[in-house]
Design a protein around this ligand. Structure first.
Ligand code: NAP
Length: 348
């Protein structure tokens, strides 16, 4: 079999890190990017790998094009990372979210079944599929835990999760789900809360502008994106396809994440008020963080903690980085970027 791999969503956080890993492993990396993408190469440029990827310009909803591509390349591995991945936006546009996150997956699987049945398929599933877990006795989630999705994003991903299983059990396709808990890094999208906090706090230190956030009591199990893409590859290197939870086993609230970040930035804050009037302020009483009602999700997932024992047992995987190292990496990257942008502005 050839050495071709296809990555959808190669311009996203995980796609970029995964491409870097697979290039290092000497695969021919084909990356799918949208024609109307804002700046598809920005992350790949940061990693210095843009020239090493063969790009295919198409939207995930263009089935004929994807079908043609799979027929032509017959890839060894297909990583489906493209998605409408922003949970809050999925409430505004559930139909589009389902089209990209679910219908496209059915099309890819169907094309693999008909044209390239030896291709190994990876589906980017998510801990958001567990959703509201209040009813569960065991709050640490594994592959056996019940799903209870509470957003259009999670519902679309859950459907794709089951289609991936169906093509495995029904047609014998090597199709695996990685149920990944939140993972972050310097290349995280601007709209995600960790990036928003780190970027916002650095901006506060420079301009005094506060950061507006929704529910700061949501807890997440946050891992490092580079660790997690390594796991995606390992999942497809197994002899048999399977589903795996990938998580660190530790959960922190957004408020705790803010406190850790402030500590690294040497920014002293105090929390005052409660509920919608809660704020973080400096010693001079300047607002740093302001809670804003409009930024709450219509239905929030308040607690997600994962148990990746299965992956540890069958693949021998353990996360290399912890949340503190990850925050440090993100801060260093952001500070560097901030300085570069400002020096550019001065030159202009
Ligand atoms: P991301 O940074 O938001 O990247 C999403 C990628 O999908 C981008 O490259 C985007 O392209 C592409 N895309 C979106 N709509 C598309 C379309 N219609 N056609 C083709 N490409 C399209 O997400 P990520 O953090 O890397 O996550 C990767 C995958 O893992 C996603 O499926 C996400 O849902 C899932 N996941 C992520 C996490 C996490 O914590 N990061 C956790 C669990 C699961 P543009 O550059 O054009 O926007």
């Amino acid at each position: 079999m050839n050495n071709n791999v296809i990555i959808t969503g190669v311009s996203g956080q995980d796609g970029a890190y995964l491409a870097k890993l697979l290039i290092k492993k000497k695969f021919n990396v084909y990356g799918i990017v949208r024609r109307n993408s804002n700046d598809p190469f920005v992350r790949l440029d940061v990693l210095g790998i843009t020239k090493k990827i063969k790009f295919i310009h198409l939207d995930l909803s263009e089935f004929k094009q994807i079908d043609y591509l799979i027929k032509k390349l017959k890839p060894k591995m297909f990583f489906n990372l493209a998605a409408q991945s922003f949970v809050t936006y999925s409430f505004n546009n559930p139909e589009y979210t389902d089209k990209i996150n679910n219908a496209s997956v059915i099309n890819i699987l169907e094309s693999i079944r008909l044209n390239s049945p030896k291709t190994k398929f990876y589906q980017a599933s998510t801990s958001e599929m567990y959703g509201d877990i209040k009813h569960l006795n065991k709050k640490i989630l594994n592959e056996e835990s019940k799903f209870n999705p509470v957003s259009p994003y999670a519902i679309s991903k859950l459907s794709a999760f089951y289609y991936t299983r169906l093509y495995r059990s029904g047609y014998g396709i090597f199709a695996s789900n990685g149920i990944l808990f939140n993972h972050e890094g310097p290349l995280r999208g601007e709209q995600f809360v960790t990036k928003k906090i780190i970027k916002g706090l650095i901006n506060f230190l420079n301009t005094g502008q506060p950061v507006y956030l929704g529910n700061i009591y949501s807890k997440r199990d946050w891992g490092d994106a580079e660790d997690y893409v390594d796991m995606m590859y390992k999942i497809l290197c197994l002899k048999k396809s399977n589903d795996f939870v990938i998580a660190t086993g530790k959960a922190y609230s957004i408020k705790e994440f803010i406190n850790m970040t402030c500590k690294y930035l040497n920014l002293k804050i105090n929390w005052v008020g409660s509920g919608l009037s809660e704020r973080a302020i400096t010693e001079k009483k300047k607002s740093v963080i302001i809670v804003k009602k409009s930024l709450f999700r219509p239905h929030d997932v308040t607690y997600l903690l994962g148990d990746s024992s299965k992956a540890q047992k069958l693949i021998g995987w353990k996360p290399k980085n912890n949340i503190k190292k990850m925050i440090k990496k993100m801060i260093e990257f952001e500070k560097n970027n901030y300085d570069k942008q400002n020096s550019k502005m001065q030159i202009l």
